[in-house]
Design a protein around this ligand. Structure first.
Ligand code: ISE
Length: 339
């Protein structure tokens, strides 16, 4: 399609991320517009569609997916609904931005990888937004250039203020640490070989059934070691930091930034309260990059293979939560299309 025409996008799922993408594509990203919002809860779709009079609200993908004037799809439903929708959208030949996870387990993710291969070209970008964060990109550049020598270790912290109802113990791994699995693969350019999880003292703020925080130990193919503190009821706010240890230097990203104020007898700044604040710019850059590539008939950024690899890491992580052992990550051979 011409790069001067707007990409007309269907957003499937009008929950927190879906509604945020409607807002982003309508108000913040040039070159695209929302054609339709789909949610099983029609009232929720209608609320999200109120942002522009041209947006159609629907309760079923089938009501809009075959429209002539639709160019692309953002899939923002819960992960367990992705497999069926992705298979249908691949058949329709539309470029897809799929919020993480690609699917909840490596078996179903592999089916998506196979279906995309049968189509013979990449159609799916997975929503691992950290890859579009300026600091992560800077750090990735240092891994690539070798300027600071070889990377040796990563110390990561991933803290959320609290968890929504129904956030299970396993979700600490497959909903939260999934981002570190992808970020570590992105930074090092390597696959993850094994995962171990250690449980220490539990915060009194953890809801029943959740052990929080957890210490996740990750090893890449070449032996880079990463430790992740996942702490999802940290109360004070949202924080994601990484310290990368190289042979010739240490680099920190994700520290406190923004205006520094002195007021009411205190000094300091604001702590982000959610991933939407912390990664707002990264989400914008991610969606903009997807829109621009889709208009050229291309797909960039994290692929279905990355979604599959992250799902395999999560499976190892959940097994490691249960047995306390170092669990190997099992991956099938990487298809040529993703090399
Ligand atoms: C949530 O689903 C996200 O993707 C956030 O980035 C992460 O920080 C949070 O832990 C997840 O629950």
């Amino acid at each position: 399609m011409s790069t001067d025409t707007n990409l007309r996008v269907i957003i499937i799922g009008a929950g927190r991320m879906g509604a945020d993408h409607v807002e982003r594509l309508t108000r913040r990203i040039a070159g695209a517009e929302v054609a339709a919002v789909v949610d099983i809860d029609l009232a929720r779709a209608q609320r999200a569609a109120e942002l522009a009079p041209s947006i159609v609200a629907a309760s079923d993908i089938d009501q809009v997916v075959n429209r002539e004037d639709v160019d692309a799809v953002v899939l923002a439903t819960p992960g367990f609904l992705h497999e069926e929708a992705l298979l249908q959208l691949l058949e329709r030949d539309l470029p897809i931005l799929c919020e993480k996870p690609l699917t909840p387990d490596s078996g179903s993710s592999w089916k998506i990888v196979e279906a995309e291969q049968r189509k013979g070209r990449k159609q799916i970008q997975v929503g691992f937004m950290r890859r579009f964060d300026a600091d992560y990109q800077h750090l990735r550049g240092l891994f690539e250039s070798g300027e600071l020598g070889q990377p040796l270790m990563l110390h990561c912290a991933h803290r959320n203020p609290d968890t929504p109802p129904g956030f299970t113990n396993e979700m600490l791994i497959h909903d939260s640490v999934v981002h570190e699995f992808d970020a570590i693969r992105f930074l090092t350019g390597e696959e993850i070989k094994s995962v171990q999880v250690r449980l220490g003292r539990c915060t009194r703020h953890a809801p029943a059934g959740q052990h929080d925080p957890q210490h996740v130990l990750i090893e890449t193919e070449s032996g880079v070691l990463a430790d992740v503190e996942i702490f999802v009821n940290a109360q004070f706010g949202y924080q994601v930091t990484t310290e990368a240890v190289f042979e010739k230097g240490i680099v920190n990203i994700g520290g406190d930034t923004g205006p520094y104020a002195r007021t009411a007898g205190r000094w300091g700044g604001k702590v982000a309260q959610s991933f939407i604040d912390r990664f707002g710019a990264a989400f914008d850059a991610e969606v903009k990059s997807w829109v621009d590539a889709a208009k050229r008939g291309e797909i960039h950024g994290p692929t279905a293979w990355d979604g599959y690899a992250a799902a395999a890491c999560c499976e190892a992580g959940v097994a490691a939560q249960k047995n306390g052992e170092r669990v190997a990550v099992c991956l099938r051979p990487k298809p040529e299309m993703y090399r």
